[in-house]
Design a protein around this ligand. Structure first.
Ligand SMILES: [Zn+2]
Length: 386
């Protein structure tokens, strides 16, 4: 049985999807104004590993990624280059897809551009206003978070703690912790007409509309970087619960740790970014995967190329072992393959799984036997191509 750490309960839980044979996953996607860095790539590699484990069990996956093209960073990039925001977002969306292919990620099957969802977002916000769950404050629309039971639960915050954040302040906002839905008060280079006024749909409701339109009233896993928990996912959860009517709209909230560089989060503004395309070109996707999987997905990684290169021996070992596979698998190797699978089923313990890969390859090189089918299964789960 696959176990996943669910941030909602703060527990490693037996993972039971809504449908026994299909797992629906929503991953918070890129903001389309730049290339994919190692931190972003790690997120998509983690859920790709999860999908490969599920596929091995005969379970299908449906993976939705929202493509954030409504964002001031996108608009600013467009302004800088005298281009339309659509030109900029389309260009970076293509680059993102190229990077996914470069990483051998085939599990993402739905890409949703937020700008295609504006009429739905408007409809959902209106529904919340009609039900008195949201209010208009001088053009801005806010979700009224009074009596929202699960608000704060993923990040483990009390209502008092929530009210201490300086969150999306605008004129006449009633309560500090209320969630912005539509922003009319700030100046954006691009804006949309709506019944609330000219403005932009706010970040969190973008995801909610994309989820409702693609997955209906519930799905199994919401994923992304750990830093998205508050306010982004806390907001999405309460909005989605109200609009879907589901008491558990999302089963599991599963987060990936950060990739740091020089002790800081990888970010263009800190000047410590490594683009994934550069690493792929230099080292190839096999080594990048083995490097990322050599850390547990929930832990942070302090990135360095030296550390990445230190994983090369395991890749070399896999490559020299492949020609030694045959038609049968010895009992001892079968047992190690079981251990490999069990490690991955235990909240994706990929560092431990790689220790078993190491043991298996060493034993094959000492004369033990593994079938080509079993060896390929192991490589396939890791996404290693030979
Ligand atoms: Zn998101």
């Amino acid at each position: 049985m696959l176990k996943i750490f669910n941030s909602f309960s703060s527990n490693k839980e037996d993972f039971k999807p809504f449908e026994s044979n299909l797992v629906k996953i929503f991953i918070c996607g890129p903001t389309l104004y730049d290339y994919t860095h190692v931190g972003h790539a790690r997120i998509f590699l983690t859920y790709d590993l999860l999908c490969r484990i599920l596929h091995q069990e005969g379970i299908q996956t449906d993976v939705l990624v929202n493509m954030t093209d409504i964002n001031q960073n996108v608009f600013s990039k467009a302004k800088e280059g005298s281009r339309s925001y659509k030109d900029v977002s389309t260009y970076y969306a293509k680059q993102f897809v190229t990077d996914l292919f470069g990483l051998n990620i085939k599990s993402v099957n739905r890409l949703a551009f937020v700008s295609d969802y504006v009429p739905f977002i408007e409809k959902y916000i209106d529904k919340l206003v009609q039900k008195n769950q949201a209010y208009i404050a001088r053009g801005n629309v806010y979700l009224d978070t009074e009596n929202m039971g699960d608000y704060g639960k993923i990040s483990g915050q009390t209502q008092l703690q929530l009210s201490l954040h300086y969150l999306d302040i605008g004129p006449n906002k009633k309560n500090q912790k209320d969630i912005m839905l539509w922003n009319c008060s700030d100046n954006f280079d691009v804006s949309w007409d709506s019944k609330f006024g000219k403005g932009i749909p706010w970040w969190h409701i973008q995801d909610t509309a994309v989820a409702l339109e693609n997955f209906g009233n519930n799905y199994d896993i919401h994923g992304g970087a750990r830093e998205l928990v508050f306010p982004h996912h806390e907001a999405h959860l309460v909005q989605y619960a109200l609009l879907s009517g589901s008491s558990v709209p999302v089963k599991t909230w599963m987060y990936v740790g950060l990739v740091l560089s020089r002790n800081q989060k990888m970010s263009k503004s800190f000047g410590n970014v490594t683009w994934i395309r550069d690493l792929l070109q230099k080292y190839g996707q096999n080594l990048v995967r083995l490097y990322i999987f050599s850390y547990h997905y929930r832990n942070d990684i302090e990135f360095s190329e030296d550390d990445l290169m230190s994983k090369k021996p395991i890749l070399d070992l896999i490559l020299i072992t492949k020609p030694k596979t045959g038609s049968k698998t010895d009992k001892e190797i079968e047992s190690l393959l079981d251990d490999f699978i069990h490690a991955l089923h235990d909240d994706l313990n990929s560092p431990l799984a790689l220790e078993y890969v190491n043991k298996i390859c060493n034993q094959i090189n000492e004369g033990k036997k593994i079938s080509t089918e079993n060896f390929d299964m192991m490589c396939n789960i890791l996404g290693i191509t030979i």
